[in-house]
Every structure is written in structure tokens, then in C-alpha cells.
Design a protein around this ligand. Structure first.
Ligand SMILES: [Fe+2]
Length: 139
């Protein structure tokens, strides 16, 4: 997981990221730990999302437009190289490069956008409820 301010290239640690944005980033997490989390009762359900060459550009554009949710966005990456950009306290973009075995929680009400590089990604999505899972786009 590589974290930096997009405009200044200032490198941040996962602790810096947490302090600045409340985003939690965990590295080198085993899928068994994710399954344990799922059975802990903190999450209602999960599914697997796959981005590949058959994924329509219109779907990827929905991910890559700045938006927020009324629920946390929780992802565990199984493969691929992806980017989350999240807004910092001064509205600056903070870029988070994620890959296999990274686990990330983007808190509710934080503007962000997502890119799957090379149109290749596989991730588990963990949901605390389905009602918060609507993107609210920034205008
Ligand atoms: Fe999102």
C-alpha cells in the first residue's frame, strides 16, 4: 500500500492516513482474517466484485467519479492494482495504491473515487447494510 498526496507527492504512512481522513488501511491480511471479521457480526454480508476486460467503461466511470456513501466502503483485494483517491482535511486528494491482501475501510461521508488499473481487479466488498450503499456524487 502506497499513500501520498497527489499534488505534492508527500508520502504518508497508514497512521498519517488514519489521522488525516479516518481511512483505515491494513496490509498483508490473510483471507481467513476477513472471514473471521465476517463472522464477527459487524458485517451483514459480502460479495465479490470482478473488474476485467468485459467490464463496461460506464461501470468504471461510476467508480471513478467523486462520490461518498452513507455507509463505510470496506474492501479486501484479492488481485489487481487499484487506486483509491480520498479527500484530506484541506480537500486535497490523497492517493492510496492498493493491491492483493490489502484491506481498506473508507468511512461514510468521505468523498473518494476509485480506479482499477489495467481493468483488472478482484475484491471482496463487505457491507454493514445495503441501504447505505448508494453513491452520492459530488456536484
Ligand atoms: Fe465508493
Amino acid at each position: 500500500m502506497k499513500i501520498y498526496e497527489l499534488e505534492t507527492n508527500l508520502v504518508l504512512s497508514v497512521n498519517d492516513l488514519k489521522a488525516e481522513t479516518e481511512v483505515t488501511g491494513l496490509e498483508n491480511i490473510d483471507v481467513k482474517e476477513v472471514m473471521n471479521l465476517l463472522s464477527s457480526g459487524n458485517y451483514d454480508s459480502f460479495d465479490e466484485v470482478i473488474v476485467d476486460e468485459n467490464t463496461p467503461d460506464s461501470v468504471l466511470e461510476k467508480f471513478s467519479q467523486e462520490h461518498l456513501h452513507e455507509d463505510d466502503e470496506v474492501r479486501y483485494f484479492l488481485s489487481g492494482n487499484c487506486i483509491f483517491d480520498v479527500r484530506g482535511s484541506k480537500d486535497q486528494w490523497i492517493r492510496i495504491e492498493v493491491s492483493s491482501k490489502d484491506f481498506i475501510t473508507v468511512p461514510k461521508n468521505l468523498y473518494h473515487r476509485f480506479f482499477a488499473l489495467n481493468k483488472q481487479a478482484k475484491a471482496l466488498r463487505l457491507f454493514t447494510s445495503d441501504k447505505g450503499w448508494v453513491p452520492i456524487y459530488r456536484v
